[in-house]
Each structure stands twice: as C-alpha cells, then as structure tokens.
Design a protein around this ligand. Structure first.
Ligand SMILES: [Zn+2]
Length: 328
C-alpha cells in the first residue's frame, strides 16, 4: 500500500493577482475561471485523481463563475475556503472581520458547489492564532496555511519587483509568503492545540532539510531555465520526502495550467512568459511521478489520516510543543 499524500489547488483568479500586485482594474473582478477550470479538471480526470480546490468567496459570489465552480464539485473534488477577499494580511484582521470573511465564503461556496468547507488556506500563506481559533470554533477540521520555507522574503521581493505600491500597501503586504523564520516551522503535519479545541495542520510541503519550495509554480519557474533540472529537482524532492517520511502535500495554481498564449496581463508571474502546453505537460509529469510512490488524495483524507494517527499516539503535549519536536 502506498502512503497517503495530498494535492490541492489555490484557485486564485486574475483579479486576486492584480490586487496583491497593486494593479488597477482588479476591482472589476476579471476572471479566467471558464478557461482554466476545464483544463485542470481534464488533467486530473485522465489520472483518476481527486484534490482539494481552495476557492475565493468573492468568485463564488459572482454569477459568471457559478458554472465553472460547480463543475469542480461535480467532478468529485473537495472544496476548501480560501477567504472572501483574498487579502494576504489576515493577521491584521479583527476577530469580527475574520468571522465575516469565513462565514460569507462558506455561504457562497455551499450555495454554488453544494459543499461546506472543512479546510482553509490563507491567501499568500497568511494566518495567525486568532484565525486558527476562529476556524476551530466554526468546525473546521484542518488548516494548510503554513509554508515552511526560508525563501518567503525572496518570493515577496520577486513578486513586487515591478510594482509601484504605496507605503500603506507595502505595510499590508509585509508578510506576503511569510517571514524568514517560517522556515523553522515543521514540514510534517501536526496538531494545533488551543483551549477552543484542535485543528490538524497540513503544511505546504517544501524540500526536506533545505526548506526550499517544491510546489508546481516553482518547478515551472526552474523549467524556464532547464526542463531537465526542474524535473530532477522534483525527483529529488520526492526521494527526500520518502527518505524523511514526509508525505508530500503538493500545491498547484491556475497559472500552472496557463501561459502567455492565454493571458498577457500577468507576465510578472513566474513562467508566464511561456505558452500553456509545455507547462500542462510538465505538471502532468509531476503528478505521474508522485503517483508512483504515493496515494494522492484531497486534503480532507490526508487530514483525517493524520488525526487518526495522532489520536492513536494520544500525545498529551500541546500542538506547539509537538510542532517544535517535529521540526528538529
Ligand atoms: Zn491564493
């Protein structure tokens, strides 16, 4: 039997990239969901894979997206909550604002996809204790907003190289992709323990030991320089995960399935100078390589397996303590 690993996609829409990047026109909510959703559903269907798609509430509130969002759920994929406004500064929100952000998204997701989410990922990997506690109170089973890498500040610099943000906008985005010390967080799933209850955390997997990113957008970024190097980097990541006993949780994005032939406005995003076809082909190969060693599932299955495992061990230590141990 292969060990369980997980697959998810953050369904960031065109407007959310523009908004974070500080580009005018985002507030008209330009969308590419009709184009990209069938494309990634096809890749998964061909491999008989199911994943978790984290949807932004604002997209589920707009009628033009209803059909493509419903098709994700109809194809058997899990729906997760990716906030309502996709603002990567959730750590600056009040409790009331967090509740509103989650509740509004849940309401729209349930109406459009028929699923009430039990999993959350913060936009730009933003999260805080208050958010985790709020998730527990609302019955969520897992969170996957942690991104244990030392390279967050570098990714942020890359993203903002071409922007003209105001001082206030910069302050809001100060923690986009996380601070350097996010790299000290554990790579293996763990449990957050609060007086409010528990929550399983499934980190976005990075390279064991080195904590450099291994999500599809990063592999595609490397492939711009050398496809050979990129695919071997992914092979090395899978080998290291197996050696270190880390069940990988691979993260995908819509732009992994799109290219400059589809979208010209997002050229600032890594690998958006390439056409779609070789990108889709590379992501497909990544999934095939991962399937050779792992049973790829949506995050809810991965989280349930972890919760069961932790219950068996009946670890009385707090999430923070066990998280610390796991990181050593
Ligand atoms: Zn996002």
């Amino acid at each position: 039997m292969k060990p369980i690993a997980s697959l998810s996609l953050d369904l960031d829409n065109k407007w959310s990239y523009m908004k974070t990047h500080g580009d005018a026109g985002w507030d008209k909510y330009p969308t590419y969901l009709d184009l990209v959703v069938p494309r990634f559903l096809k890749v998964l269907h061909e491999r008989d894979l199911k994943m978790t798609v984290f949807i932004v509430g604002q997209d589920a509130a707009r009628e033009e997206n209803f059909e493509s969002l419903a098709s994700i759920s109809a194809a058997g994929h899990e729906i997760g909550n990716h906030s309502f406004n996709h603002e990567p500064w959730l750590h600056l929100y009040s409790e009331q604002e967090l509740v509103r952000e989650l509740a509004k998204t849940e309401e729209h997701l349930e109406r459009v996809t028929g699923q009430c989410p039990i999993g959350f990922r913060g936009p730009g990997f933003s999260f805080c204790d208050l958010l985790l506690k709020t998730l527990i109170r609302r019955g969520y089973k897992y969170d996957c907003s942690t991104f244990p890498t030392y390279l967050g500040p570098l990714a942020r610099m890359y993203y903002f190289m071409s922007t003209k943000l105001t001082a206030e906008q910069r302050a809001e985005r100060k923690q986009l992709f996380g601070k350097f010390n996010e790299g000290f967080r554990p790579l293996k799933p763990f449990t957050w323990n609060f007086p409010e209850g528990q929550l399983t955390e499934i980190p976005v997997t990075t390279m064991p030991l080195f904590k450099v990113p291994i999500h599809a957008s990063y592999i595609l970024y490397l492939a711009q320089f050398s496809r050979f190097t990129a695919i071997n980097y992914w092979r090395m990541a899978l080998t290291m995960c197996r050696m270190m006993g880390v069940a990988p949780s691979l993260l995908l994005h819509p732009l992994d399935f799109m290219g400059c032939d589809d979208e010209k406005d997002l050229a600032f995003f890594p690998a958006m100078g390439r056409s779609a076809e070789p990108k889709v082909e590379l992501v497909s190969e990544m999934l095939d390589m991962m399937s050779q060693h792992y049973d790829i599932r949506p995050l809810k299955d991965h989280a349930a397996a972890i919760a069961e495992l932790h219950a068996k061990h009946d670890n009385p230590a707090s999430g923070r303590a066990s998280a610390l141990r796991a990181s050593r």
